[in-house]
Structures are given as C-alpha cells and as structure tokens.
Design a protein around this ligand. Structure first.
Ligand SMILES: Cc1ncc(COP(=O)(O)O)c(C=O)c1O
Length: 261
C-alpha cells in the first residue's frame, strides 16, 4: 500500500523491551527484523534503508547485576548483517537508541543526610529525593545507595531496615520506594553523604514540583573525582519568582526578602 502511494524509502523500527539485560534478545531482535527486510526484498523488491532496533539496552541498577555484554551483541549483529549482505548484495543501516545504557551509569545523586529519625520505622531525611531521582516514586525502581561518613569513607558495619525520604509532604518523596525498606548502615549520622547510583537516565526532571529548587550539576571530567567542574548553579529561592507578575512595588520587596532568607 505504501508503495502504491509512492513511498520511496523504507525502514524498520522495533524495540525489544525496557532495561533488558539479556544479550540474546537484542541479537534475536536484529535477526527478526533482517528476516522481515529479506522478505520485503524478495516479495516486493524493497530495499529497506535502515533497521532501528530501538533502546532497552539495560544497565545494572544493583551491584550484583551483571553488565550487558555489548561487545558480544555487536559481534553477533555485525555477523547477521554481513551474512545478509553476502546473500543479497546490499544491507540496511543499523541504528540503536541506547540512551539509558550510555547515560544511566554516569550520573549520581549526592545528598547530605539532614535528619535521622527512629520512630515506628527508621528514617533518613535528605534534601533531594523524588525531585533528584524520580524513578523509585514513579515505578518503585531500585537505585543503589552508598553511605559515606564525613571523611568520605564508606560506612560499613551492622545494617538496619531504613527508609530514605525527601522533604515533601508526599509519601512518594523517597529514594527507597514505598514499601521497600533498605538495609543501610545503622550508624548513619547527620552530615553523612548518601550517593544514589545510576541516576544519569530517566532521573532528570528539571521541574520545580512543589517549589523544590533545581539541584546543582557537577561534571567529573575524567572519572577521577579530582577534576570536577560546576556545570549548573543550584537554584535560589528568588529564581522561583523571576517570571511572576507582582502588584506594583511588591517585586523588589519579595526579592529582597528571599535573597536574605
Ligand atoms: C522507541 C524508544 N526508543 C528508545 C527508548 C529509550 O530507551 P532506553 O531507556 O534504553 O534509553 C524508548 C523508551 O521507552 C522507546 O520507547
């Protein structure tokens, strides 16, 4: 039908699933789409210009999760395309959309511990929870949390079931999902640093939900933690009102109040 209507260029787009760490699934997806390309060529003479196997390349969110063997996937899929070319004398371009795979492991959320509270449950309060890493709130996903003491050393020792929560009056404002209690060092103290891993993908909301201020962004230029530069200034209270239209004379008053707060 597309041919009859004059389409001249054809491509195949597919996506296996999200955050998949089974290397064979990507190879089988490529095989499946190449079979469809071969079918279109044999039946209709269509030379599919590109095959896009989408995203879904998974990353290890838990320390014990194995990495997806991307080299093995590359080798296997290359072979499929080379075999296709040997048979038909041409081959489509291969495209992927592996955003999470590239970015997720390269972002971390750094929070100071502001509160430690033992009530009917053990709570750790941090300034940025769902506004810095929304995945646990959106779909209860796991992000690994390391605890550093004030000297920057990993806290070890006995662990306790812990809820890591943000400042908002929202049950979902958490870094450990609702219903999940995480075994974290019992000795966590105010002033410790919580490092939440794998926040480089699907964690950047850039919004002021409930008047939360946007966080500072720091780039570790060579992965050594020694050459870091500030790439985004933290927002200040006044930034939230810059575009607000005030009654005459009130703008400067509020600005002064917030800048001194
Ligand atoms: C068509 C398509 N491409 C790419 C992506 C993103 O994939 P990833 O999470 O692996 O970056 C999605 C996410 O659902 C998608 O639907």
């Amino acid at each position: 039908m597309a041919l009859r209507r004059g389409a001249k260029e054809f491509g195949i787009h597919i996506m296996v699933c999200s955050n998949d760490r089974h290397a064979t699934h990507f190879v089988e997806t490529a095989r499946f789409t190449l079979e469809k390309a071969a079918l279109l060529y044999r039946k209709l003479g269509i030379k599919v210009k590109w095959i896009d196997i989408g995203g879904g390349f998974g990353t290890p969110y838990r320390p014990a999760d194995p990495w997806l063997n991307i080299n093995w996937i590359g080798e296997k899929i290359s072979k499929l395309f080379i075999d296709f070319a040997a048979q038909y004398g041409w081959m489509p371009k291969l495209m992927t959309e592996c955003g999470r795979f590239v970015t997720a492991p390269h972002g971390i959320l750094v929070n100071p511990v502001l509160h430690v509270m033992q009530k009917y449950r053990h709570f750790i309060g941090v300034p940025a929870a769902m506004t810095g890493c929304p995945r646990p709130a959106f779909y209860k996903s796991y992000h690994h949390i390391d605890v550093l003491n004030h000297n920057g050393n990993l806290r070890r020792g006995p662990r306790h079931f812990t809820n890591v929560v943000g400042p908002k009056c929202e049950d979902w404002d958490r870094l450990t999902a609702v219903g999940e209690e995480r075994l974290l060092p019992w000795s966590i103290k105010r002033g410790d640093i919580l490092v939440t891993g794998n926040t480089g993908a699907h964690c950047h909301m850039d919004g002021n939900y409930n008047f939360r201020l946007l966080l500072a962004g720091v780039l570790d230029q060579d992965g050594t933690n020694k050459n870091t530069i500030l790439i985004r200034k933290p927002q200040k209270n006044w930034d939230l009102f810059r575009q607000t239209i005030f009654p005459k004379g009130k703008r400067e008053l509020l600005k002064k109040l917030l800048e001194n707060s």
